[in-house]
Design a protein around this ligand. Structure first.
Ligand SMILES: [Fe+2]
Ligand SMILES: [Fe+2]
Length: 159
């Protein structure tokens, strides 16, 4: 089975995102190794629950940040990335009910495909979150520049 490990390659320089990516990879490696000895999905559900909770809050937070990127240059990429998040969450949700998502006939086959998708999204994060940091949108709260759609006056800086 494919084992994913944290590497500096994934470090983006965003404290919360890096910490959560690292934790998601740790949990996925634990799920993979537990699954090798598991008789059924039920045996790995407690680990999956921890993973799922973190995955949902991580994706929610990351998407709030990614939506700040200018739509004209990043919109399609961000939308596609968020669809990947939704797929991960949807499949994990199915697993939490003790079912293999449709299209998979064994737990190892499913986990292989699942963590491969997660790996691809992490690589994509390095590009998108990297842009976020370069463009100065990496903190939630007041944007450094007022968005163009703000009615005049509201976004203007006090003089
Ligand atoms: Fe992420
Ligand atoms: Fe992501």
């Amino acid at each position: 089975m494919r084992t994913l490990a944290w590497s500096e390659h994934f470090a983006l320089g965003h404290e919360r995102i890096d910490r959560e990516h690292r934790r998601l990879l740790e949990l996925s490696a634990r799920i993979e190794s537990a699954a090798e000895k598991a008789a059924s999905i039920e045996d790995i559900l407690p680990l999956c629950r921890d993973f799922f909770r973190l995955l949902v809050s991580h994706c929610f937070y990351e998407e709030q940040l990614l939506r700040k990127l200018p739509r004209d240059r990043f919109g399609n990429h961000v939308d596609e990335h968020c669809r990947g998040h939704a797929r991960l969450i949807h499949q994990a949700q199915a697993m939490m009910t003790g079912q293999l998502p449709t299209g998979y006939d064994s737990l190892p086959a499913f986990l292989n495909a699942y963590f491969e998708l997660m790996h691809d999204l992490l690589v994509d994060d390095t590009e998108l979150v990297g842009s976020l940091i370069r463009e100065g949108y990496h903190r939630l709260g007041t944007p450094e520049m007022p968005p163009e759609w703000l009615p005049s006056g509201r976004g203007a800086s006090p003089v």
